[in-house]
Design a protein around this ligand. Structure first.
Ligand code: GLU
Length: 479
């Protein structure tokens, strides 16, 4: 049987990193097996769904490179892929179930339900209200009165979920109630629309967060009531906050787009997320194709993982610094918007390529990379006032001027030759290295930390190096 998996977000905001992890596992399984990855938008909750959040989710998926084979924009043979456009189908299924006696119309009013709830609470404040099934076997339906459709849940027996991660999970049916399938306004509830779509879209495996495990027995029962074969399931362990709570924006940035805005790479994000549940020995860093090749359910564990911002940054860094993981072209394209934010638009491509190898080793994100590249593209660097106060003092002015003359006399403009010149000049002029090196770095970069000074000089070029040294000399002299 060819694999068909799906990611089924509810568009009520943005793509949460937990949702992206679920999408990733489904996508990896589809790509690993040559199967199909379906994207389905679960937008039946009209109040919470919006088109803006649909596009935010699609954008985030595209940015992560989690391309879908069927779904919004793409289309496909099982569409429409928006649940709001499938309402007639849910209605037809519910009518079929009522006809077959596996679902029923419930005319209980809110007042009746509230009264029953209050009565129960008065007897036992801790008791959980369970709908008693008043309309389960009635057929004396009033005309023109609103009703919900409830599932006629079996009272005996048990339901077993066969889960790729958790093994067999069995729930006694007595624990389930006659849950609502369709609201009185004709909107389907999640369990109904999910089952109908998983069936109609030929889904073979449902992988989702294990907070959905409680829905799975009811869903299996709906499949069975309709004479359908349920898919298999894989419930993925939760992503928790560092303190072990459900991860939310109180703890960390949880929207994929926040990481994009901070200059994370899509593979840095995916690589961090895949480790929530899946492992391959103690390997931490994976390329996209490695992940596709290695992924499988055998190595998906049950234990929840804790979100660790520092580790996330480290994994991203591993992707950014290694040319085999992020090639130069991809790097340049990704860093461009961050340079543009600093006002560096259409930077000289040759200069960019020359500077890049020197900053890759130190930039953990594209945002940090743009910061590290900044001074290469300025006529004069922006000088950090603290660095100026410390290193561009009246005593260093003449040193920087002398250095400008000495270096400008070098026939070759290349790091090793410049360093040799610098050292020879120190010797002949009697200046101490420490009095010259840091001021020169501040002159060239505006900062006290940078790649090796002579590498910077080589990339920046003769004219700008000399200009920067002279300009800093003037600043040092108080001019
Ligand atoms: N729309 C549901 C959610 O976002 C989908 C759950 C499922 O994958 O079945 O949680």
């Amino acid at each position: 049987m060819t694999v068909r998996v799906r990611f089924a977000p509810s568009p009520s905001g943005y793509l949460h990193i937990g949702g992206a992890r679920t999408a990733l596992f489904n996508w990896l399984w589809a790509r690993n097996t040559g199967g199909t990855f379906v994207l389905r938008v679960e937008d039946t909750d009209q109040e919470r769904s919006s088109l803006d959040s649909v596009s935010a989710i699609l954008d985030a998926m595209e940015w992560l490179g989690l391309d879908w084979d069927e779904g919004p924009v793409k289309g496909g043979p099982c569409g429409p892929y928006f649940q709001s456009e499938r309402r007639e189908r849910y209605r037809a299924v519910v009518d079929e179930m009522i006809g077959a006696g596996t679902a029923y119309r419930c005319y209980a009013t809110k007042e009746e339900l509230d009264a029953a709830r209050t009565e129960l609470k008065a007897k036992d404040p801790k008791a959980q209200f369970v709908y008693p099934g008043w309309w389960r076997d009635r057929r004396d339906w009033p005309t023109n009165a609103p009703y919900v459709v409830r599932f006629k849940s079996p009272r005996d027996g048990q339901t077993t979920v066969r889960d790729q991660v958790r093994g067999a999970v069995t729930t006694p049916n007595s624990q389930l109630q006659d849950f609502v399938l369709m609201r009185s306004d004709g909107y389907p509830l999640y369990n109904l629309s999910c089952v109908v779509d998983d069936h109609d879209m030929g889904i073979t495996l449902v992988a989702r967060g294990d907070d959905h495990l409680i829905n799975t027995a009811p869903q299996i029962l709906i499949h069975e009531a309709l004479g359908w074969t349920p898919p298999t399931f894989a419930h993925l362990p939760m992503m928790l906050s560092p303190k072990g709570e459900k991860l939310s924006k109180r703890h960390a940035a949880v929207a994929v787009q926040d990481y994009r805005a901070r200059g994370y790479s899509p593979m840095g994000v995916l690589n961090y997320l895949v480790r929530f549940g899946w492992s391959h020995g103690d390997q931490e860093v994976f390329s996209r194709s490695e992940l596709i090749g290695l992924f499988g359910w055998d190595h998906v564990g049950k234990s929840a993982g804790k979100f660790d911002e520092k580790k996330f940054l480290d994994v991203n860094f591993a992707h950014l610094k290694d040319e085999r993981l992020t090639d130069t072209e991809a790097y340049l394209a990704a860093v461009a918007p961050f340079l543009a934010r600093r006002g560096i638009v259409e930077p000289d491509p040759a200069l960019l390529r020359a500077a890049l190898p020197h900053i890759r080793e130190r930039a953990r994100t594209y945002e940090e990379a743009a910061f590290a590249l900044d001074y290469f593209f300025r006529e004069l660097p922006e000088i950090d006032p603290q660095a100026a106060a410390k290193f561009l003092t009246p005593a260093t002015g003449p040193i920087l001027d002398g250095l400008a003359v000495a270096l400008d006399a070098s026939a070759e403009w290349q790091a090793a030759a410049l360093e040799a010149r610098f050292r020879a000049w120190l010797e002949s002029s009697g200046h101490e290295l420490k009095l010259a090196a840091q001021p020169a770095r501040v002159a060239l970069t505006g900062r006290t930390a940078s790649p090796p000074l002579f590498d910077v000089m080589e990339v920046v070029g003769r004219a700008r190096t000399v200009r920067r040294l002279r300009h800093a000399a003037q600043t040092a002299a108080g001019g």
